[in-house]
Design a protein around this ligand. Structure first.
Ligand code: AMP
Length: 585
């Protein structure tokens, strides 16, 4: 464990942080009190969008800029008042189509304004909404829309034609496709023009009286042994978004905030949409792809003060060099935070030494809905540690016992990271999969699937996943989904997929396949298998490497032993092979 520390005191900081007394605030904190900072609907009920938008649009922040959307060289802004009107229009479009509380809206788009309007408008209409990652290929899109029984899809002409039209007939629940059309382009058959529908709709809307426990957001996450799981989050999750926006991101009302996460993943919604709006700050959204020069330009030109990003992006910026990082001063930047994958200590130090600010690592996952463990502005950072549990969060290290119970472990002992139930953004189910949900809990404790340690100062250190899930450039990838697509290639008999360590992306997906009779393992076939996977899964999820094996190691019950594939790939001890088919004792 690294002992070095970045010491911090409040008087070094330009802005007095919201959290200065960690122990005191933790002991005083109650979720009920946090909830009282937010508003109920005027006629009863509780809704995320009311707290994110309507509350501000009816108050002094009406003309304050909520979003600055950047796209190439152009920019547009939406004030809280504009956002109120536009999301009301979207909600009216849904209501006009007869879409209500039993429906599910999917959104598949890049970081365009309509995506944000669709999510907020769906929440206002009381309709469960699920953003999809626009870089997914057709297969993951169809899988998720079917798992969620999607009735409405909001997308663009380009994405529809390339990714949805080929699989639309496989998603029988889909009733309406609302397209954000490109100027002058004809609308694809069987779709409706969202821009026209919104223009024709009223800009006032009475938010549906959702209750705090009503489903609001559906975020898919990967499974080790099966298809993706839909984690259901409820309206009261916004209380966590508010409290973590306050403590971990230290949002103050005059901040300009930039969350670089894509809204196709949970961070892009919890912290790219909800938390900043609940705090009434101005958010920057950039539609363009990662580019170091552009990113430093945005930090400088937009006068970003709080920046929430990811380890892969930081490592890519490190690679781009200190000269570029320091070419323009960033006098407004006061806090950098990061999430999604292990943040190596060098990256934390790089922030401190090159940008003059350490990177504040924090930890959470789709199921937790919001930040649980973090480094906050006012306390010392131990580079390489994820930080300490935020107010309202009780975290521990534990193991499951043979009789189905839980044993909490002491400091400096590796075990599974567990969280005590009770924070508002905790997922309330895996869609249509109560058994899998129940299996995550023992008594009051939620098992996260991550291995970690706590040190004697209460800092948590990430060790690794307890399962076979892969984290590549921050994206959680389920090996089963990738293996299924590989096996749909005519040459592939069996497939096993692992995460191979990568200096920048953390891990990259590597596949091992054995071939059917009559196929030859050569480079042409390797390229064909890679292209097949990329076409169906999208480049982010598809393997970067394919290796041929005569047979794949399997357990006697027939399961592919990914653990063994990984050990062999990395030259690590093979561990217990007693269950290996034809091997062990
Ligand atoms: P997701 O549900 O896609 O957000 O992925 C959550 C998983 O990402 C966690 O369970 C961890 O395995 C990993 N993760 C998230 N944040 C961190 C972090 N700060 N350090 C290490 N791993 C992280």
């Amino acid at each position: 464990m690294r002992q070095s520390m970045i010491r911090k005191t409040v008087d070094q900081l330009r802005v007095v942080p919201n959290l200065t007394d960690y122990e005191g605030e933790r002991s005083r904190f109650s979720w009920a009190e946090a909830r009282s900072e937010l508003e109920d609907l005027p006629r009863g009920g509780f809704n995320i969008a009311h707290n994110a938008v309507t509350r501000h649009a009816r108050g002094p922040l009406r003309d304050h800029v909520a979003f600055r959307f950047l796209s190439g060289d152009s920019a547009s802004t939406l004030t809280y008042g504009d956002l109120e009107a536009a999301t009301n229009r979207f909600a009216n479009v849904l209501a006009g189509l007869g879409v209500g509380r039993d429906d599910v809206v999917f959104v598949l788009a890049g970081r365009i304004p309509e995506l944000y309007l669709a999510v907020l408008g769906s929440l206002k209409n009381g309709t469960l909404v699920s953003p999809l990652f626009a870089a997914f290929g057709p297969d993951p899109i169809a899988t998720r829309m079917n798992l969620g029984s999607g009735t409405v899809l909001v997308t663009t002409t380009e994405l529809y034609e390339r990714k949805v039209a080929p699989i639309r007939s496989q998603v029988p629940s889909l009733r309406h496709v609302l397209i954000v059309p490109e100027a002058g382009e004809p609308l694809p058959a069987g779709t409706s023009d969202l821009t026209a529908l919104m223009a024709a709709s009223s800009d006032s809307f009475d938010i549906v009286a959702t209750r705090p426990q009503d489903p609001a957001l559906l975020h898919f996450t990967s499974g080790t042994t099966g298809m993706p799981k839909g984690a259901v989050h409820v309206h009261e999750a916004v209380v966590t978004h508010w409290s973590t926006g306050k403590y971990a991101l230290d949002l103050h009302h005059d901040d300009v905030y930039w969350c670089t996460a894509d809204p196709g993943w949970v961070t892009g919604i919890s912290y790219g949409l909800i938390a900043p709006l609940v705090h009434g700050v101005t958010s920057v959204v950039d539609e363009s792809d990662f580019d170091p020069e552009r990113w430093y330009g945005i930090l400088a030109d937009q006068q970003v003060s709080v920046w929430y990003t990811a380890p892969t992006a930081i490592r890519m910026l490190m690679k781009a060099g200190a000269e570029l990082a320091t070419a323009r001063p960033l006098p407004d930047l006061r806090l950098i935070a990061s999430v999604g994958e292990p943040l190596n200590p060098e990256a934390v130090w790089w922030g401190q030494e090159v940008l003059g600010l350490p990177i504040h690592d924090n930890w959470w996952q789709t199921e937790t809905g919001g930040i649980m463990i973090g480094n906050t502005p006012a306390f010392d950072i131990k580079p390489g540690s994820m930080g300490r549990p935020l107010p309202g969060v009780e975290a521990a290290i534990a193991v499951r016992t043979d009789d189905g119970g839980i044993r909490l472990l002491g400091d400096a002992t590796e075990g599974e990271l567990v969280l005590r139930k009770g924070w508002p953004s905790m997922f309330r189910g895996y869609l249509n999969n109560p058994d899998r949900y129940a299996a995550c809990f023992v008594g009051d404790w939620y098992f996260t699937g991550d291995l970690a340690e706590r040190d004697s100062d209460g800092y948590f250190w990430f060790v690794g996943r307890a399962d076979d899930l892969i984290k590549s450039a921050g994206h959680l990838i389920g090996p089963f989904e990738v293996e299924s697509v590989l096996m749909s290639h005519p040459a592939v008999a069996e497939a096993g997929v692992i995460g191979k360590p990568d200096e920048v992306a953390g891990q990259v997906v590597k596949a091992f396949v054995s071939l059917r009779q009559g196929f030859t393992a050569d480079d042409a076939l390797r390229m064909d298998i890679l292209a097949h996977a990329r076409r169906k899964l999208g480049a982010t999820v598809a393997p970067k490497e394919v290796a041929f094996l005569d047979t794949l190691p399997r357990t006697r019950s027939g399961k592919i032993m990914r653990r063994l594939l990984r050990a062999r790939e990395l030259g690590l001890p093979e561990g217990d092979t007693s269950t290996l088919e034809g091997g062990g004792s």
